[in-house]
Design a protein around this ligand. Structure first.
Ligand SMILES: [Zn+2]
Ligand SMILES: [Zn+2]
Length: 268
């Protein structure tokens, strides 16, 4: 915190390098295991289509290179930028400190509450990003990926990184300590890699596996106008945008889409 009182290249660069290494360990590790070495073949994979190669829609015509580029160059930079901003703000007293009394209890409470806040925030921003002008300009970059891999999670337009990771600025109001800030940002960024693996989980034996991506978000990449949120809180149920992959739910989805298209045509 002493060092963070003034912006300086050395500590900001340390944050950037640490975040880049973390992203390579999580997204890179999962990609090597599941795709490069194909350790699990198609077991618990949602979509057996290979990741895109020689496709002009992707930067460098290659899905993995495209995803790595946007994740590292824009994603990790903006993530580290927010982290540096919050550390500097905390060191200078602009972020309210956690109460000294029952400090550990407050940390535990925030670790529990931050994911709830994030899924709510994510749902709102995600719906906003599907507003046609913003979708075209910004969010379509993430949706190049109709089939997804670990590097797709944080592969977004810089404006989308700025919006999503801006959720950490809630700590200009809600008290925090450095650990909470780091956790808040890592929760968002690293879990983007684990929820976009394209696999339901890592298989260890016939019965045991570590859950990873959700079918819920895989469906969002397949059909776009459904499943905007996560599963932690059923926002999609409440706002009528839920799709669970069953035939009945797909019919509902097609009806909703037809109604929306009719509305748009009327407007035009
Ligand atoms: Zn996604
Ligand atoms: Zn989307």
């Amino acid at each position: 915190m002493e060092r963070c009182r003034q912006f300086a290249w050395d500590w900001v660069a340390e944050i950037f390098v640490r975040n880049l290494v973390l992203m390579f360990i999580v997204a890179g590790g999962l990609h090597l295991y599941l795709y490069t070495f194909n350790k699990q073949a198609n077991e618990r994979q949602y979509d057996a289509r290979p990741l895109g190669k020689n496709k002009r829609v992707f930067t460098f015509n290659n899905q993995v290179f495209d995803n790595m580029f946007w994740t590292c160059v824009s994603g990790v930079t903006i993530w580290s930028g927010y982290e540096a901003l919050m550390m500097w703000s905390m060191a200078n007293g602009y972020v309210p400190a956690l109460p000294e009394a029952n400090h550990f209890g407050w940390v535990a409470l925030l670790i529990f509450l931050i994911p709830i806040w994030e899924t709510f925030y994510f749902y709102l921003v995600h719906r906003l990003l599907h507003w046609p002008p913003l979708y075209k300009l910004v969010h379509s970059l993430h949706h190049r990926n109709t089939n997804i891999g670990p590097w797709s999670g944080l592969s977004m337009h810089p404006v989308e990184h700025l919006l999503y990771l801006g959720s950490v600025m809630i700590h200009f109001i809600i008290p925090a300590n450095p650990l909470i800030i780091i956790y808040h940002l890592q929760y968002f960024t690293l879990s983007a890699a684990t929820t976009h693996t394209g696999y339901e989980g890592l298989v260890f034996s016939k019965r045991n596996y570590l859950p990873l991506g959700t079918f819920h978000h895989q469906m969002h990449h397949r059909y776009f106008e459904c499943n905007y949120g996560g599963l932690e809180i059923p926002w999609d149920h409440w706002f009528g945008s839920f799709h669970d992959g069953t035939e009945a739910s797909h019919k509902d989805f097609l009806n909703r889409r037809m109604q929306q298209q009719a509305k748009n045509q009327k407007r035009n």
